[in-house]
Design a protein around this ligand. Structure first.
Ligand SMILES: *[C@@H]1O[C@H](CO)[C@@H](O)[C@H](O)[C@H]1NC(C)=O
Ligand SMILES: *[C@@H]1O[C@H](CO)[C@@H](O)[C@H](O)[C@H]1NC(C)=O
Ligand SMILES: *[C@@H]1O[C@H](CO)[C@@H](O)[C@H](O)[C@H]1NC(C)=O
Length: 482
């Protein structure tokens, strides 16, 4: 959808502008305002460009992002301010900075203006500072970015606001050598918000950047656990016979907050719980939103069933109608997960097949929708693999991922009562966030012969069971006669 640009590097742009050492005269930025909302695993950045065209017929606007920042950006989208549909983008990685070419909804004439908003989610952009903390100490993180927002165009005025949820900001960088651009001070602080600028008449070209660009850091306190799912292995298995979709997630979770200094004290932990002053870096429990109609939910770790989970299942909702309610699975890991600690576990559940599989009788095509993942609020999934196992004998398999996957492949999965094995499609992804909770669609056909084969193999299994029981019985009878 909105991310088609990934597959099309804009060759034309890269040929014309290998790097923008001279300001491009097609546009001018009347103003750039960047707002950074600090988090733990995730940081939101929203940048508004007030754009004015200087030449006629301008339909492509370029946004520059440093390579460093692009590497941290796991999701991005550009919209006209106040609109809901994202604009088409293409990315060009060949110049010194990463360029996004945005197709404007209509060409701008001379002096035509537009407000564009670039929204991004960054992952792995903060780190604990100091790297270790005792159970009682606060959780302090550090975030670093560039002072100036660069652009191929002249920028009349720009400003960056960095917001911490908690007002106790420990420290922040005071920029140097920028007094000549700052009429009202180079940086100001109000509660948890640090404002850099406004800075006037910044050229933002390569010479300017070489001279004035500099890193700025904010050191702040963050009151929620910093969670990373190092690996997610999701298996979704479709059973036409059981009329069931089973989803199972194997998860390796890591608390990326400051590593625990010293020993874990359960007494301290319980007393903090008692006073409702739980340390922000300890994960005690969390909740998952599962689809309506969930049954047979399970949760186990290396030591077996974890009995401290609780499922509130919402009633099943037929495919196509809008789910009004989620089922909520509350999970309490076997032990509190402290900074630097890991927790590996498996959860799984069943949903009625008709909630996620549709059948087009005219063409004989089934279509299944499987969510990429179940989001845990505020987490990043570093490495995900989603495997969708289709019914035995399924053919003409086609699939589409809601956003580009790192890879997708087909294989054959063989399980109990299978004769030829089941086709499976596997997708891999990295750095997923709550922006990536889309649905993978897979379509397939199941020829009648495959249905019959399955019936025969199930029938054969029952028959042999029956035959065994029958013989056992006869043996048994004989024994009794004796
Ligand atoms: C654009 O704006 C400038 C300054 O306001 C003005 O001098 C110029 O005539 C305008 N051009 C057009 C084509 O409207
Ligand atoms: C696992 O724990 C849950 C409680 O969350 C319980 O309902 C379920 O019966 C247990 N399963 C097994 C196999 O012990
Ligand atoms: C947690 O897992 C990571 C790799 O996933 C490993 O490097 C680290 O040593 C583990 N931490 C502990 C405390 O076991």
């Amino acid at each position: 959808m909105a991310r088609r640009w990934w597959t099309f590097p804009l060759l034309l742009v890269s040929a014309l502008a290998p790097s923008f050492s001279l300001a491009d005269l097609a546009f001018e930025n009347t103003a750039i305002v960047r707002t950074i909302e600090l988090g733990g695993s995730l940081v939101h950045v929203s940048t508004t460009y007030a754009v004015k065209a200087l030449e006629p017929g301008q339909s492509t606007y370029q946004i520059a992002i440093s390579k460093d920042e692009r590497a941290k950006t796991s999701w991005l989208e550009v919209k006209v301010k106040g609109r809901t549909t994202p604009l088409e983008l293409s990315e060009d990685e060949s110049s010194t900075e990463h360029l996004l070419s945005v197709s404007l909804p209509k060409a701008l004439g001379v002096n035509g203006t537009l407000n564009l908003v670039l929204e991004t989610v960054q992952t792995h952009a903060t780190h604990p500072f100091p790297e270790q903390a005792t159970q009682k100490e606060p959780q302090l993180l550090k975030y670093t970015t560039d002072l100036f927002t660069s652009s191929p165009y002249t920028t009349l005025v720009q400003r960056t606001k960095i917001k911490s949820l908690a007002p106790n900001v420990i420290s922040y960088t005071t920029p140097h050598d920028v007094d000549s651009f700052a009429r009202d001070g180079t940086v100001t602080r109000s509660g948890g918000t640090i404002t850099y600028g406004p800075y006037h008449d910044t050229q933002t070209d390569a010479d300017f950047m070489a001279k004035y660009q500099q890193p700025i850091s904010v050191h702040y306190s963050f009151d929620h656990p910093v969670l990373e799912i190092e690996t997610l292995r999701r298996t979704a298995e479709i059973s036409h016979w059981g009329s069931n979709l089973n989803i199972e997630d194997k998860i390796h979770l890591h608390n990326a907050g400051p590593a625990l200094k010293g020993h874990f004290s359960r007494l301290e932990y319980q007393s903090q719980n008692y006073h409702r002053k739980q340390s922000p870096h300890i994960l005690s429990d969390f909740a998952l939103h599962l689809p309506p109609g969930v049954t047979n939910a399970y949760f186990y770790d290396q030591n077996g069933n974890v009995s401290t989970s609780h499922l509130r299942a919402a009633p099943s909702v037929a495919k196509g109608s809008k789910a009004i309610q989620y089922s909520v699975l509350e999970l309490r890991p076997r032990y509190p997960v402290l900074g630097g600690w890991n927790y590996s576990y498996t959860i799984g559940f069943d949903t009625p097949l008709q909630d996620s599989v549709g059948y087009d009788a005219k063409n004989g095509v089934y279509m299944v929708g499987v969510p990429v993942m179940t989001n845990i609020a505020g987490t990043v999934v570093n490495d995900a693999e989603v495997k969708i196992i289709l019914p035995e004998g399924a053919t003409y398999v086609e699939f589409v991922s809601p956003f580009p996957a790192l890879s997708s492949s087909m294989s054959t999965h063989i399980s109990y009562l299978d004769t030829t094995g089941r086709p499976a499609v596997t997708f891999t992804y990295k750095d997923l966030t709550y922006k990536h909770t889309g649905i993978i669609y897979v379509s397939y056909q199941v020829p009648l012969s495959a249905h019959l084969k399955k019936a025969m193999s199930v029938g054969a299994a029952f028959f042999s069971l029956f035959a065994f029981a029958f013989m056992a019985r006869r043996v048994d009878l004989k024994l009794h006669k004796k």
